[in-house]
Write a protein that binds this ligand. Structure first.
Ligand SMILES: *Cc1c(COP(=O)(O)O)cnc(C)c1O
Length: 442
């Protein structure tokens, strides 16, 4: 398959490629895996070893690597149009994608604005919210609210609404301060409290915050149902319905960042559906292209769109990227949506999720973990350990068991592609527990 020797490949990468989310020096002890190809849920390295991609390559891959249907769509598109600018031009893939996504919100969010990565979609939602209020004469509405432990991306605007201590310590001086309010994370339940009680408490705190800054807040941004990067913090949907009502009462926009939780991950196509609400802005990326190509978008309501509709250029939304609405990426997304329909994915995922949860039942009776939890195709638990190297040790040990798993702190989680068969599900569960025993016992 590939004639490049693995040691040479790794050394060359370490010399010239600056890898993300990594202290490069750790690669003196943590392996760098040279991937040569992928098939279904599996990635293969240059020496033919395989790894079950149990975190969907950072939550992007929904239907496996080298998916036949997505590949076919891309090959077809490649000979038609690889790219054309979207200012003054349009093309069928971007039109069809916008129409199909809007239809999935019953046309409540009927306007789609495109970018290439998740952080840019968040930047767009923040700018649009601010600009909408300014266009309607409310120039003081320029502050944002986010939740404790929130993650919305790492560009400077998105980082301002991201509550991760490590990033704040490093880049805080560059950022516009956002208001950080309580997370509805169900793990915070006190004696006798239900997840809904925790959600209600957090919602009340948010409302108090908004009351203190009347006329100043543009938008509240949340990750619906699961704060993934915070360590798969899951919460009751009632938080979202209360949040919707609070935002309405205070004339504040609600931005739903569904970059990680959208596209069927939590059990419905959009996570917001489980609370029967629609936000004012909905951000999508990651899974929308099936994990194939960089694509992100922000969906919004007609009244917001109308707030920009004018003869004056300055009242129009001012934002663009070179690859906005790239046709190849849109075709990958259309092929992904077609799979949802053809394979009845939302319903089938309910069975998949049940099987996954059952296969992992050994964790529920393992006293070395707590807070075993699941929402759709996200399963997580917290290891009872204070070893700061738990995640790195787990990653390394998992590779030896043919698994790609990368815990967040002491949170061990699985977020696999939706296509695992029963055998793969069983293998994943058994080996995850075996790796856990090895790492926690060490
Ligand atoms: C990954 C992620 C982002 C950022 O997306 P990028 O494509 O990495 O910039 C934003 N919000 C959430 C919830 C995410 O999971």
């Amino acid at each position: 398959m590939n004639t490049i020797e693995q040691p040479d490949w790794v050394a060359r990468s370490l010399k010239s490629v600056w890898h993300p989310c990594t202290q490069m020096q750790h690669h003196e002890t943590v392996p760098l895996v040279p991937v040569s190809h992928g098939r279904g849920a599996w990635l293969y390295d240059a020496q033919g070893r395989r790894y079950l991609d149990a975190i969907s390559s950072w939550w992007v891959n929904l239907f496996g690597h080298a998916n036949q249907r997505i590949n076919a769509a891309l090959k077809d598109q490649l000979d038609l149009l690889e790219h054309a600018m979207l200012a003054g031009f349009t093309h069928e893939p971007v039109i069809r994608l916008s129409e199909q996504l809007a239809a999935r919100t019953n046309n409540v969010l009927g306007h789609c604005f495109y970018a290439s990565d998740g952080a840019s979609a968040v930047e767009i939602a923040l700018k649009m919210s601010f600009h909408f209020w300014r266009n309607s004469g409310q120039t003081d509405k320029r502050e944002f609210v986010c939740l404790k432990g929130s993650y919305h991306g790492e560009t400077i605007g998105a980082l301002a609404v991201t509550d991760v201590q490590l990033f704040r310590d490093a880049y805080g001086p560059l950022l516009q301060q956002a208001h950080v309010v309580a997370s509805p994370d169900a793990r915070q339940a006190q004696d006798g409290e239900s997840p809904a009680d925790v959600a209600h408490r957090a919602a009340q705190q948010l409302e108090e915050m908004l009351q203190q800054r009347p006329g100043k807040i543009a938008a509240v941004i949340v990750e619906p149902l699961v704060q993934c990067a915070a360590g798969m913090a899951m919460y009751d949907p009632v938080y979202l319905s209360e949040l919707r009502a609070i935002c309405n009462r205070h004339q504040v926009h609600l931005i739903a960042d569904e970059i990680a939780v959208g596209c069927g991950r939590t059990g419905s196509f959009f996570a917001c559906e489980q609370a029967a609400i629609w936000p004012d802005f909905l951000c999508l990326s990651k899974g929308i292209s099936g994990g194939y190509l960089p694509l992100s978008l922000v969906m919004t309501r007609d009244d917001i769109y109308q707030g920009f509709y004018d003869t004056d250029v300055r009242r129009g939304f001012l934002h663009s990227h070179s690859y906005t609405g790239n046709p190849l990426a849109c075709r990958a997304a259309l092929a992904t949506l077609a799979i949802f329909d053809e394979d009845d994915v939302i319903n089938r995922n309910k069975e998949q999720a049940t099987k996954l949860g059952k296969a992992l039942a050994m964790f529920a009776s393992d006293s070395r973990v707590e807070h075993v939890r699941q929402r759709g195709m996200i399963w997580a638990c917290d290891a009872r350990t204070d070893d700061p190297a738990f995640s790195r040790k787990f990653f390394t040990a998992a590779l030896q068991h043919e698994l790609l798993l990368r815990p967040i702190g002491r949170t061990l989680y699985l977020m696999p592609p939706y296509i695992l068969d029963d055998e793969e599900t069983a293998l994943l569960a058994q080996r995850t527990h075996a790796v856990f025993q090895q790492v926690i016992g060490a």
